[in-house]
Design a protein around this ligand. Structure first.
Ligand SMILES: Nc1ncnc2c1ncn2[C@@H]1O[C@H](COP(=O)(O)OP(=O)(O)OP(=O)(O)O)[C@@H](O)[C@H]1O
Ligand SMILES: [Mg+2]
Length: 261
């Protein structure tokens, strides 16, 4: 099992429709390089993707999930380009995006049922599959409630459950712990560790403690570039005197300065 990202680059081009003397009244074009020549290979295990706001984590994940095209580079699953895998990639991949609208009128069960259909899980298996994933995220007793009545953390957990449908070999989770209470956070950490034994789990997070004790490797993105990749021990050795990943993060990105009011 191998996921390879080869020389990925992405620039967002945006037209700003504000008048500017500089552009003689024409829309201003702004370009933002979100990823610059990112390459790495992952095999079975749990990987934590760290980096500050705007570092390119979500861009990297969307490209890896095949929902955003890179300007350059390719994503390979076991040596095959994901674009050539087509529908098959959908059964290999479970993706939890950072932001996703939910059909608020749906119950949790109806939502997962709908996601099973999108993933083309045979209807004879859906009941058992919904039960399995709902149990993992502790939502089994809440499945008949409408999503509009779910708390923020429950919404987050149903999205995670949906990513787990079909038992995909590759899990890409963009900030899965956002909004989770400490108990659910710990539970998720342990679940992900367990799941990573026979699949690739890539998790983007701002919460270093989500991955520090469980990740096989930490990857750090800085302004669209991969600046670090290695086990926690390897990174500590590389950053002399670092006691924790948080230390390393602060060395890379600087301590936040207090704001003068
Ligand atoms: N659709 C878009 N159009 C234009 N610029 C974008 C778009 N999406 C992201 N960007 C820009 O690309 C850069 C990388 O964004 P991205 O969302 O990948 O970062 P991130 O590491 O996921 O950040 P966060 O921690 O806030 O989720 C940022 O500067 C962002 O403003
Ligand atoms: Mg993001």
């Amino acid at each position: 099992m191998e996921l390879t990202l080869a020389n990925l680059s992405k620039v967002y081009v945006r037209k700003e429709h504000r008048m500017s003397i500089k552009t003689f009244g024409r829309p201003e074009i702004t370009k933002k390089a979100a990823l610059c020549d990112v390459s790495f290979t992952l095999s079975e295990g749990l990987y934590g993707l760290l980096g500050p706001n705007g570092a390119g984590k979500s861009t990297l994940m969307k490209i890896t999930a095949g929902i955003l095209r890179p300007d350059e580079g390719t994503v390979l699953w076991n040596g095959q380009e994901i674009s050539s895998l087509g529908k098959k990639y959908r059964s290999i991949l479970g993706f939890m995006p950072q932001q996703q609208g939910l059909y608020s009128g749906f119950t949790g069960k109806r939502f997962l049922d709908y996601m099973c259909a999108l993933k083309e899980i045979p209807s004879a298996q859906t009941k058992e599959e919904i039960r399995r994933v709902a149990e993992i995220v502790h939502l089994l007793p809440e499945l008949n409630k409408r999503l509009e009545n779910y708390s923020g953390g429950m919404k987050q957990r149903i999205l995670l459950a949906s990513a787990l449908l079909g038992n995909p070999r590759l899990l890409i989770l963009d900030e899965p712990t956002a909004g989770l209470d400490p108990r659910e956070r710990v539970s998720l950490r342990l679940q992900l560790k367990e799941l990573s034994k026979d699949r690739i789990v890539l998790v983007a997070t701002h919460v270093v403690s989500d991955v520090e004790t469980v990740a096989d490797e930490i990857l750090v993105l800085k302004e669209g570039q991969l600046v670090e990749k290695g086990s926690v021990d390897e990174l500590k050795a590389r950053f002399h005197g670092a006691k924790s990943i948080e230390d390393i993060y602060l060395q890379l990105f600087g301590e936040e300065k207090p704001v003068d009011i």
